[in-house]
Ligand binder design. Structure first.
Ligand code: 13P
Length: 250
């Protein structure tokens, strides 16, 4: 099955009204007419700015996290319905920074994934092993455990409306990229795990790679048979780099 590639920028906690304004305009212009799907996931306060700047373009926008709750006394949290209100298409769940700094367990991530789907958002589910885990040869077990938590809670059909991002923690923001072969190996095992539940969902599932993807390595990574795009951190803050990565997603 042909899968349209997706390149999503994760701005993390960067930006200001002034810098975003230029970045959004430059991204909008830089990726116009490309074949890949493109998105930017911005900090909550800038969702309205992203919506205004990207409306009518081929760039979708989204958020970087979401509450697992529908509404109520959860000070500081933002619900999936609120994100949908802002026209978000995507929301990242389970990013390794959420898992490691904010205690998002596999169960919490699965609940957030479900909340996103119920509001019509497309969750981008991040999974990936730490350096310790890779060196202890438990990459497969870790990635499978993270994926299985979502499969158990939401069922395989839910993955038909979602995106998975393999983000080896040791490659995030380190300049140390997984080799195309290393990444492909894990992407293939993710797809095989989903195929055990439903071959059709597995064939259509977009699995992005994230971790120091740059213009110089993007084409080779995304040429791998099971790499369907990228989740881009640092390079998403430089419009020309981000556009070059999007152009490499063919
Ligand atoms: P970098 O591209 O900066 O390594 O970040 C990857 C990432 O965490 C995207 O979610």
């Amino acid at each position: 099955m042909a899968r349209t590639k997706l390149v999503a920028g994760n701005w993390k906690m960067h930006g200001s009204l002034a810098t975003n304004s230029a970045l959004l305009q430059d991204v909008r212009k830089g990726v116009a007419g490309l074949t890949a799907d493109v998105a930017v996931c911005v900090p909550y306060p800038y969702l309205d700015q992203a919506r205004g700047a990207l409306l009518g373009s081929n760039v979708a926008w989204g958020a970087q996290d979401v509450s697992e709750h529908v509404q109520g006394a959860y000070t500081g949290e933002v619900s999936a319905a609120m994100l949908a209100d802002f026209g978000c298409r995507y929301v990242i769940v389970g990013h390794s920074e959420r898992r490691s700094f904010y205690g998002d367990t596999d169960a919490v991530v699965a609940a957030k994934f479900e909340a996103a789907l119920k509001s019509g958002l497309v969750p981008i589910l991040c999974i990936g092993e730490t350096l310790d885990e890779r060196e202890s040869n438990v990459t497969t077990a870790v990635v499978t455990r993270q994926l299985d938590a979502v499969l158990a809670r939401c069922g395989v059909a839910a993955l038909g409306q979602a995106v998975v991002a393999y983000e080896p923690v040791w490659a995030i923001g380190t300049g140390r990229t997984a080799s195309p072969e290393q990444a492909q190996e894990v992407h293939a095992l993710i797809r095989q795990r989903v195929a055990r539940e439903d071959a059709g969902v597995a064939a259509g599932l977009r699995i992005l790679y994230g971790g120091s993807m740059k213009p110089g390595n993007a084409r080779e990574l995304m040429a791998q048979p099971d790499i369907d795009g990228g989740l881009i951190g640092g390079a998403a803050l430089v419009a020309t780099d981000f556009a070059a990565i999007c152009a490499a997603a063919v």
